[in-house]
Design a protein around this ligand. Structure first.
Ligand code: COA
Length: 149
């Protein structure tokens, strides 16, 4: 198997990230403004996975967790989420929120629990994903990071 490397995104990765999100049927809205907090999985110089944070004070929205169709089921999704949560801890974030329509059974393995959408922190509710991109039927989940700010 060819080597997979993980690195943070830069603005020049946007086209590849956008393509991956479109293929995974995830919203693009607002993602480009938060590329500083995206982790990528790269194989043969191609982006095959991503996960991103939108940081709002001591809270963050976890979004855009996607693995390209041909690379799923090999543990990449788990590695991407672990890496982004490690980065969240390093940033001393306290609470991570996510919205998902497609994978509510994927995230409990990291400690995420379902909450009411209204109970998300106000700062995160101001994100484009909450206000516009992710529909009302999406499940809202929360993770509190030990030792976070
Ligand atoms: C969700 C996604 C990122 C998972 O990536 P992946 O690389 O296939 O996941 P992994 O191989 O690391 O999965 C490991 C575990 O999660 C489970 N899993 C994978 N996708 C899942 C899903 N959508 N729902 C529930 N469990 C899932 C696997 O069965 C596996 O379980 P196991 O360890 O008990 O065998 C990928 O399926 C994807 O890109 N989906 C489309 C986009 C999406 O729905 N993103 C999430 C919302 S932001």
């Amino acid at each position: 198997m060819n080597k997979i490397i993980f690195r943070n995104a830069t603005s020049s990765d946007w086209d590849c990230i956008a393509q991956l999100l479109q293929e995974a049927k995830l919203p693009l809205d607002g993602a480009r403004d938060h590329l500083d907090h995206f982790v990528l999985a790269i194989k043969d110089e191609s982006v095959i996975g991503c996960a991103g944070l939108e940081v709002y004070g001591e809270c963050a929205l976890l979004r855009s967790v996607a693995v390209s169709a041909g690379e799923r089921g090999k543990g990449l999704g788990i590695q991407l989420v672990r890496q982004i949560l490690d980065q969240a801890k390093a940033k001393q974030l306290g609470t991570i929120i996510l919205l998902t329509e497609t994978a509510p059974n994927f995230f409990p393995k990291f400690g995420f629990r379902i909450i009411k959408r209204d109970d998300a922190p106000a700062s995160v509710k101001e994100s484009i994903e909450f206000k516009e991109a992710c529909c009302e039927s999406a499940v809202t989940m929360r993770l509190d990071l030990a030792g976070g700010g």
